[in-house]
Design a protein around this ligand. Structure first.
Ligand code: KG4
Ligand code: ZN
Length: 358
């Protein structure tokens, strides 16, 4: 019975995960408290506000996770918490809470990489066997990763500038839509005409598996400026055009990786590409990936939406796998703002003002 705590961005989350008699993982509770409203006025996540909100919420969220599962601290066998990558203030809150519970109860503590939580979610939800291909698309990351085994990740592609979710969020901001931008853009795209504004398909046909979204974001801005003042219809059409461009670009890049995956593992009976991260909640993106996977002969595994976005269950589960492999951490485990899944992969330098994004 493991408690998982997640506080790396703007969600305070806690969950209890264990295994049933057959060894299958079971989620006993999964409490996610979003801070969206606290950051809304600023058009993005403010690290200091996030850290303070985590401090206020974390005890109640852990308590609620235990109550939902009908358990107390005495039932725990280990505690896992996200220790990176993410906003350091929030990470410290979650890590210290997890360590305090572990210390008070004499339990093992497991420090989890947030990205590993996303990467292993398809094993929690669908019992996927290693190896599989993973498309991780969130607010901070866009990566195509080969998941060979626990702790064995090869980054095949990454963004050279913005993350996919970041592009959704910036596009939403530009068009005056609420945060988080992804769901808002998806809602508006439903009624829009994706062909009205011709937008680029970033990286299409380029060698390798990297993605890029900053040029697309600029193209949306220029199209919006030309069409100004924007009516409801214009916003719908811009959202539809943008979403279609992201979906096609991701599908093309992932399709290349899927073919490479098949060449790398020609004997796999049931090759799979899994999606993770908040952007994987997008229905148009899922549909485009579904098509591409069918063409490449892979099955697409997409966890339920509430396990695609940030949550404590994915941290508890990654912690469980690490615990079972004997990979526990000391109470001195530090938090890290940057922590690539594939430590061997060279950092990519983006074109943005903030430099390296991955
Ligand atoms: O994985 P996540 O919850 O947090 C991290 O970034 O780690 O992902 C959040 C991101 C945000 O950028 C949000 O706009 C995006 O996922 N997102 C979506 C959708 N739902 C959330 N993007 C596109 N379509 C959606 N339906
Ligand atoms: Zn995330």
């Amino acid at each position: 019975m493991i408690l998982g705590i997640e506080t790396s961005c703007d969600e305070t989350a806690a969950s209890l995960v264990s295994r049933d008699g057959a060894g299958r993982p079971v989620i006993l509770s999964n409490v996610v408290l979003s801070q969206v409203e606290e950051h809304a006025a600023f058009g993005g996540v403010v690290p200091e506000i996030a850290a303070r909100a985590h401090v206020e919420a974390i005890d109640g969220v852990v308590k609620a996770a235990l109550a939902d599962a009908g358990l107390g601290f005495g039932d725990l066998s280990a505690v896992a918490a996200t220790i990176g990558p993410g906003l350091v203030g929030g990470l410290i809150v979650g890590a210290m809470t997890g360590k305090a519970i572990a210390a008070a109860r004499g339990l093992p503590f497991v420090g989890v990489n947030h990205l590993e939580g996303h990467a292993l979610t398809p094993r929690l939800t669908d019992g996927l066997a290693y190896p599989y291909l993973l498309l991780l698309v969130s607010g901070g990351h866009s990566q195509i990763v080969l998941v060979r085994g626990l702790g064995r990740y090869e980054r095949w592609g990454t963004t050279i500038d913005d993350a996919a979710g970041e592009a959704f969020d910036k596009t939403a901001k530009l068009l005056g839509l609420p945060v988080p931008g992804g769901p808002a853009v998806e809602r508006r795209a439903r009624g829009g005409d994706a062909r009205r504004f011709p937008l680029p398909r970033p990286m299409r046909g380029e060698p390798g598996f990297d993605v890029s979204f900053s040029g697309l974001k600029t193209a949306v801005r220029q199209a919006a400026e030309r069409a100004a003042p924007l009516g409801e219809r214009d916003v719908d059409d811009l959202c539809a055009g943008f979403q279609a461009a992201v979906a096609q670009s991701l599908a093309e890049r992932a399709g290349r990786a899927m073919r490479r995956f098949r060449e790398t593992f020609p004997d796999l009976a049931a090759p799979v590409i899994a999606v993770a991260g908040g952007v994987a909640a997008n229905a148009a993106i899922r549909a485009a990936l579904e098509d591409e996977a069918a063409k490449a002969g892979l099955a697409l595994v997409a966890p339920p939406l509430k396990l695609c976005t940030d949550n404590g269950a994915m941290i508890a589960y990654a912690g469980l796998e690490r615990l079972e492999a004997g990979l526990v951490d000391g109470l001195d485990a530090p938090v890290r703002s940057r922590w690539p899944l594939d430590e061997a992969a060279a950092p990519k330098i983006g074109f943005g003002r903030r430099g390296a994004k991955a």
